[in-house]
Structures are given as C-alpha cells and as structure tokens.
Design a protein around this ligand. Structure first.
Ligand code: KG4
Ligand code: ZN
Length: 359
C-alpha cells in the first residue's frame, strides 16, 4: 500500500571514499527538500597511494561517520528522533565501508525503533534526477563513475533494465589510469580535463573500442593501452605531448560515449514510442565538460531532453541515498535488520522490485 504522508529520511553513504549523511524530506506529492547534505571526502587519505585503499577507507568511515550524521541533523535543525526512517547504502561497493554505514544504520534503526531501508547505491544514482529535477518515469540513465559505466532504463522505483555496461574498466577508472600514466595525480578525471584544455584533440587518433558493434556496452582497457603505448613511444614527454595525449584521449571517450548514447536513445524511442526520450547522466564523470557537450549535441539531434543534476549530487553523497530511501518508504518498501551487505548488487536483480509495485 502506498503511504502518502510527508517523510523525513536520514541517508548514509559509505560505499567508496566519501563519508556522507543527509536529511531529505519528501512531501506527499513527491516533492523533495534537501535539509542537509554533509560529505567528507577521503581524497587526502588516499592521495599518496594513487587510488582508494579499501582498508583505509573503512577505517576513516568508522572515525568520521558518527560526526557526519550528527552534523547532518544539526544542519537540518532536527534530532535523530525526528526522522521517519533510516536509509543506508547496502551495496554495491567496497564491503568494509558498506558494512560501516549499514551497521550504523541498523543500530540507529534498532535504538530509535525506526524502519531501515537498505539502498542499492546504483538506485540512489538512478533516482537522483527525480530529487533534483522531478524527472518523471521512464528515462534512460547513463551512469559514468569510478566504478560503473552503464546504460539503465529506469521504468520506476525498483524497476530497472540494464541495457549496456563496461566489459572491463569503468570510464572514471580509465580517466584515473590515464592520469596516473601521465603523472597528473588522483583523482584523474579533473586533472585530465584541465590538462586537455591546452592540448590538440586531433594529434593522436586513439581507438574507439566496440564502436562498430551494435551492442550498448563499453570497453576502455584497449584505449588505455593505446594511450600507454603512445606515451612510451614519445618518452620523455614534453608538457605539450602530455596535453595532446590527454586531449586526444578525452576526444576518444567523448565520441564513444556520445555515439553509444545516440544508439541508446534510438532504442528508447523504438521500445517506448509513447514516451518522450530523456537522458539522465549520473556519476563523477558527468562533471566533464567535453563529454557533457557531446551528450548535449546527441540529445538535441535525437529530440531528447538531457538532465545533468548538479555535480555535487552526481558524485557520491548522502542526499541521493536519503532520496532513494524516501521513494522506497513512500511505497512501503522497508527492510529487515538482518539485511546483508552486498559487494556486488546489479540493479536489475528481481529483489530490487518493490512489492507494492509488483502486485
Ligand atoms: O561518482 P564518483 O564521485 O565516485 C564513484 O566512483 O562512485 O566518480 C569518481 C570518478 C573518478 O574516476 C574521477 O576521476 C571521475 O569520476 N571524474 C571525472 C571528472 N571529475 C571526476 N572524470 C572526467 N572528467 C572530470 N571532470
Ligand atoms: Zn557512486
């Protein structure tokens, strides 16, 4: 049965290297208000290692999560007892971190006698555009982050079809690896984008993997190898060489992503002819201006609407988890306290379905 009342939800996110908590209120008409959204990034902890170290990430979540939750409540002007339910990312992600957030949520739920909502992190990304832009179902989501590169048809809460994914590296991971190779630092995406500004995107014609195939999947590892071979052939690299490689790499991925998006939109129009095509972008790579501009062009050509939520809500945060929790809570979908954390959790598993929806 659908619940109509307004709900105040605490959302907790600890699946990677952001410790985050947020208070979101969903009103009875489905409107949203972010009352607080506190994110503590662990960039400094991991910088020296050139990537996220899972054990360090989990320890930092343990150290900071309680304070972040207290701050989220303080900024929202409420106390924990005022929340209607507690939502936490229960996977997929680095399991040590997920356990910290989920266990904290369970403890709070038990102590406060409030419902628990175990949120799929990908669902949280998928529903963010409804929090920020009130986007109506159905829509196509392109999730491009450090861990995922997927096209997902979002039909409703808990109702997803994965149309394509990466068969090797995620797009953000490819940016990070190219940045490491060019010694640009971590995280690599922003560094590659900044360096590419003074580069020639046409100097190197890097491969566009899988582009000739009809499937909606990605592959970035061959491209990464081509970049490495080019860098080795030119070594020692001048600043201009580095900028040209960064720009040429970025041009290759922007083309791959936008061509794929065009194909995915064509499928959307063919399969859902009664709905206007909408493309929602999520994940940290959405911050990339070259990729966003390429997607904008493709959407215009396809007569589709492009929705890119504010970047702070595209990258990992607690508000998206609170919102996914709020959407589930409104449908009566809460979870038991013995819910198990899941390192892998594809969006299109049958147990994502909301019981009241399926009925
Ligand atoms: O969504 P996110 O914050 O975290 C998860 O992976 O869940 O995404 C981080 C990824 C990193 O790989 C980072 O290099 C990439 O997003 N990224 C970018 C840009 N900003 C962040 N990639 C390309 N261009 C950017 N401007
Ligand atoms: Zn994420």
């Amino acid at each position: 049965m659908t619940r109509q009342a307004q709900a105040t939800i605490l959302g907790i996110e600890t699946s990677c290297d952001e410790t985050a908590a947020s208070i979101v209120v969903r009103d009875s008409a489905g409107g949203a208000a972010i009352r607080s959204n506190v994110v503590r990034s662990q960039l400094d902890e991991h910088a020296a290692f050139g990537g996220v170290v899972p054990e360090l990430a989990a320890r930092a979540h343990v150290t900071y999560l309680d304070h972040i939750i207290a701050q989220a409540c303080r900024e929202a002007g409420i106390s924990l007892g005022d929340v209607d339910a507690i939502a936490a990312t229960a996977g997929p992600g680095l399991i040590g971190g997920v356990l910290v957030g989920l266990t904290t949520a369970k403890a709070l739920a038990a102590a406060l006698d409030k419902p628990l909502i175990a949120v799929n992190h990908l669902e949280a990304h998928a529903l963010t555009a409804r929090l920020t832009d009130g986007v109506q179902f159905p829509y196509l989501m392109l999730l491009v982050s450090g861990g995922h590169s997927q096209f997902v048809l979002v039909r409703g809460v808990g109702n997803y079809e994965r149309w394509g994914t990466t068969i090797d590296d995620a797009l953000g991971e490819a940016f990070d690896k190219v940045a490491k190779l060019l010694t640009l630092g971590h995280p690599g995406g922003p560094a590659v984008e900044a360096t590419a500004k003074s580069g020639d995107p046409k100097r190197f014609k890097f491969p566009r993997p899988l582009l000739r195939e009809a499937r909606l999947d990605f592959s970035f590892s061959g491209l990464k190898t081509a970049v490495r071979l080019q860098a080795e052939a030119l070594a020692p690299l001048s600043d201009q060489d580095v900028a040209d490689i960064a720009a040429s790499f970025q041009a290759a991925v922007a083309e791959v992503v936008s061509v794929r998006a065009g194909q995915a939109l064509a499928r959307f129009k063919a399969e859902l002819p009664d709905h206007k095509p909408q493309l929602v972008v999520a994940g940290g790579v959405a911050a990339n201006r070259t990729i966003a501009a390429a997607l904008d062009k493709v959407c215009s050509a396809a007569g589709a609407t492009l929705i890119v939520p504010p970047i702070a809500l595209c990258t990992d945060n607690g508000a998206m988890v609170a919102w996914a929790g709020a959407e589930r809570f409104a449908l009566g979908a809460t979870d038991q306290l013995d819910f198990t954390a899941r390192p892998r959790w594809p969006l299109d598993l049958p147990d994502m379905k909301v019981a009241s929806d399926a009925a």
